[in-house]
Design a protein around this ligand. Structure first.
Ligand code: SF4
Length: 472
């Protein structure tokens, strides 16, 4: 008999095939980010949040228990916080680092409630503890201002009968000898991106409806479900905008789009020294640094490739903050020091970089003028790609720096890196301060530097492709 626990219950809610694969199939090949056990980062935040919630609720409940396990048949629930009253009844608390209780949180509470009901135990009350997004850390952490409580009894009761159905269906699914035949759909991304997507979408044609630029995901899945999986079939079902029409030209006629006059005009704005820069930021749900809010982006790292003059060799420098201090001041000082006083600064989708600089200028008035002068020198390297002035088929309707890099070069792919994306970099950096082993810390720092270095190398390659495109 296979146990259904918190995680597998939520997995099964998302998709029956997913729970079957995760319990009886092969492991998903989601990403190598797992070598850092990124789930551990979320666990650490969750545990910290539960401790805070316990303190916050101490006026309301006198003996809350953390991580209490309840079992019935093949069901095993792990309750974030609960109080068992003298008459044997329970008060249940679900603790989440979101700003409000979400649908799957209500259903998880419903899972705990269903187990207790099956054991004929009365549940007195059910509440959710979440974060207030507008809280700013000033001085000591103020739990009354950071946390808020929502009674969710009514919502749980509303879904009570469907929870029972879900549990019996999941038990049945886990007894199946073969994997349920479920096609991909909008459920693959909600509430979380499914790690089996590559496996489940292996028969989708290439190019497909999923490669159409800028089409909402819901529309893509709807067309796919209605049988328009092939790119050309799906295209006939929409009214393409200008960008989608340009892409169609490239996809269907098999030719690259190189708008030489536009690219030349764009490149004419560049002035040496030429800097290619990329920032990484960390987000803590429970603010760690003064004057920050839950989930605020705090920059901690950058990589910079640069040419001092036309024909210069490619140079590099980078910055990675210490893990035990607020990284913003050292980050801002290093930027001002290394980016000089003139020349173009390129970032890919530069809005994040320019916003970060503006925020630091506000925070550090003594650096404000220098920082705002840097901000004026930024040009967005994504512009010619977003405008479809440069498009090759291998971009497959994607606009991320990774997709573009892989489309225009044969260089080492991002998938060879232990850290492959910004979200993983943020989580791994967040984990750094909790790691005691020096060798492990050194390795993590090296991997963070390697990842960010790769982003700015990718930018250099994209710029070189644009320059070559107008010369040919
Ligand atoms: S990718 Fe989609 S269909 Fe496949 S297991 Fe995941 S949620 Fe289910």
């Amino acid at each position: 008999m296979i146990l259904i626990q918190n995680d597998s219950f939520l997995t099964g809610l998302q998709c029956h095939k997913k729970i079957w694969l995760s319990q009886k199939g092969s492991k998903s090949s989601f990403s190598k980010d797992h070598i850092y056990h990124l789930e551990a980062c979320e666990d650490i935040e969750h545990k910290e949040m539960i401790e805070h919630a316990k303190t916050y609720l101490s006026d309301r409940y006198d003996s809350l228990e953390i991580a209490h396990t309840i079992k019935y048949s093949n069901l095993e629930g792990l309750i974030d916080l609960c109080q068992i009253h003298d008459d044997g009844s329970y008060s249940l608390v679900i603790v989440k680092t979101s700003l409000r209780p979400r649908r799957h949180h209500i259903r998880l509470m419903g899972f705990w409630h269903a187990i207790l009901t099956a054991k004929k135990i009365r549940v007195r009350d059910m509440i959710s503890i979440n974060l207030k997004g507008n809280y700013t850390l000033v001085g000591e952490l103020n739990l009354d201002e950071l946390l808020h409580l929502t009674p969710i009894d009514k919502d749980v009761f509303k879904s009570a009968s469907s929870i029972q159905d879900v549990i019996s269906t999941l038990s049945h699914v886990l007894e199946l000898e073969t994997c349920p035949n479920i096609d991909i759909g909008f459920h693959c991304d909600s509430p979380h991106e499914c790690s089996y997507f590559k496996q489940c979408s292996s028969s989708v044609p290439c190019p497909s409806v999923f490669d159409i630029f800028g089409l909402p995901k819901k529309t893509k899945y709807s067309l796919y479900r209605r049988g328009y999986a092939r790119y050309e079939d799906a295209l006939k079902k929409i009214t393409p905008d200008t960008v989608q029409s340009k892409q169609a030209e490239a996809e269907l006629q098999g030719k690259a789009i190189i708008n030489k006059p536009q690219i030349s005009d764009y490149l004419a704005h560049f002035k040496f020294p030429l800097y290619f820069i990329d920032f990484e930021a960390v987000q803590f749900s429970i603010p760690k640094y003064q004057d920050t809010k839950p989930f605020q982006q705090v920059p901690f790292q950058y990589s910079m490739h640069y040419f001092n003059y036309d024909g210069d060799e490619l140079r590099h420098c980078d910055f990675l903050a210490k893990s035990n201090e607020d990284p913003r001041r050292p980050f801002a000082e290093a930027l001002v020091k290394n980016l000089g006083k003139k020349g173009t600064i390129l970032a890919f989708n530069s809005h994040f970089e320019t916003q970060t600089i503006a925020a630091m200028a506000e925070l550090f008035p003594d650096l404000a003028e220098k920082l705002m002068n840097l901000q004026k020198r930024f040009i967005d390297l994504a512009t010619p790609f977003n405008n479809m002035d440069y498009y090759v088929k291998d971009m497959r309707g994607k606009r991320s720096i990774k997709a573009l890099f892989h489309a225009v070069t044969d260089d080492m792919p991002y998938t060879e890196l232990p850290i492959m994306n910004g979200e993983a970099a943020s989580k791994v950096y967040g984990l750094l301060s909790t790691i005691k082993n020096d060798d492990e810390k050194i390795q993590i720092k090296a991997d963070l530097l390697r990842y960010c270095h790769m982003d700015t190398i990718a930018m250099v390659r994209l710029w070189q492709n644009l320059v070559l495109a107008i010369l040919n």
